[in-house]
Design a protein around this ligand. Sequence first.
Ligand code: ZN
Length: 187
Amino acid sequence: MYLDAFSDWLKWRGGPPAFRIHGKGRRERSWRIIDVIATARRDWDSRWPLWQGTCITWTAEVIAVGWDFARGVLREQMQAPASRRFPVSVAGGRLGDIERRQRAGGADYPSFSEILAHECGHTWQASRLGDIYLPVVGFTTLFLEGPRPWNHFENEASSQGLFGGIVTGSVCRQLLTIAGERRQETG
Ligand SMILES: [Zn+2]
């Protein structure tokens, strides 16, 4: 299957992941280990317009994020670690629907960890859909969440995705260094 080869290539090209996570869809029986690869092209100040501040799930095994985002997840997880027993899910099953999030007792805007849970929902779609995942979901993602049929995959990623924590010992040295420097700056 080409997605397996693509996963291998992404991992080789991206070097060691920023960290690894436990993730799955609600309907999936067992947890999967997913590489979270960080790239400066996905940072908020990136000059790549379509990549700026975005995450993308490439395959069932690889999620790409910016270093800013990876640091945000690490910071949240150091304060309140998720686990497979107590995973993070998207409040109200929607990242962008403030009313629905409030009804579910969530914050108005999603945390980094919730966005990662959404991406875990996409990894479940990738494992289910195989080779058609990227052409089909990659395209519909542009439509975001909403009530229309073409919002299906985004809605499903938000309602199904579970982030079961960072795999122990998997945080790369570079991210630990960045996180440490930032802590000193902010005192
Ligand atoms: Zn999405």
